[in-house]
Write a protein that binds this ligand. Structure first.
Ligand SMILES: [Zn+2]
Length: 251
């Protein structure tokens, strides 16, 4: 396999290595080889040189909302890899983990595992939250396990597994008693604090509060699991209704 610098071409090569990929919803997606076009030039989207590109007008639909991210806005060519990548909804609906071994669509719990125990580099990890955005061409090839970039929906996040684990552990301990909405906002309900234990709550808050606006915090909150979720159930992560209204904002 050739050395790649383009995340889209890297994901394409991964799909060639394992064309049948299980999806978190329990299905399978099959990825065909990219149809080769005849246009040469610079890819409008990823900026890579191509000899097998397609006309931009044919590939880029009017509904494409990432036009401002085009690397070569003057170009009328889209490379075979980008044309391929934009033709599969599964590459938008699901998270993506590409390695030299192949392509995976990891579940939220699996993304969590990858963040804590990344694969042998190089790899590309895109964590999708909405399933409505193309992330692949915004991704980056990671070259280190110690610190690597993750495309987390709209934001690039740098993850160092060691510190990420510490942050995640604190968040998950809070998540045993609080909702993700509370952890995200910092507005914790008093009755839950009292039930959880004020002293421990304060210790955990001291650890997580300084990171609350950071990318790693948001990513950790997204992948945070409760014990009962270990058996496959995924939810948005916490109840949003509560019979007892918040009476006081504590943070
Ligand atoms: Zn391209």
């Amino acid at each position: 396999m050739r050395e790649q610098t383009c995340p889209v071409a890297f994901i394409y090569d991964a799909a060639r290595a394992t064309p049948d990929v299980a999806t978190p919803s329990g299905g399978m997606t099959h990825y065909d080889p990219a149809p080769l076009g005849e246009m040469a030039g610079t890819c409008w989207l990823c900026g890579c040189p191509t000899r097998h590109g397609h006309p931009r007008k044919r590939v880029i639909k009017p509904t494409f909302t990432d036009g401002n991210r085009a690397r070569a806005p003057w170009s009328d060519v889209v490379c075979e890899h980008c044309a391929w990548a934009l033709s599969y909804k599964s590459l938008r609906n699901y998270s993506i983990l590409a390695t030299k071994e192949g392509l995976l669509h990891p579940s939220r719990a699996e993304v969590r595992e990858v963040l804590l125990n990344p694969p042998e580099p190089p790899f590309v990890l895109c964590a999708a939250t909405s399933g409505q955005r193309w992330l692949h061409f915004k991704g980056a090839i990671a070259h280190s396990k110690a610190r690597f970039g993750v495309r987390f929906e709209d934001v690039p996040v740098w993850v160092a597994p060691e510190s990420f684990r510490a942050l995640l552990e604190s968040i998950e301990e809070l998540y045993t008693a609080f909702t993700k909405a509370e952890i995200e906002s910092g507005n914790y309900q008093v009755h839950r604090i009292l039930r959880f234990g004020m002293k421990r709550w304060e210790e955990l808050i001291e650890r997580v509060a300084p990171h609350r606006k950071s990318g790693p915090f948001k990513l950790a909150l997204f992948v945070a699991q409760r014990e009962e979720q270990a058996n496959g159930k995924e939810d948005e992560g916490g109840c949003t209704t509560d019979s007892i209204p918040a009476t006081k904002t504590l943070l």
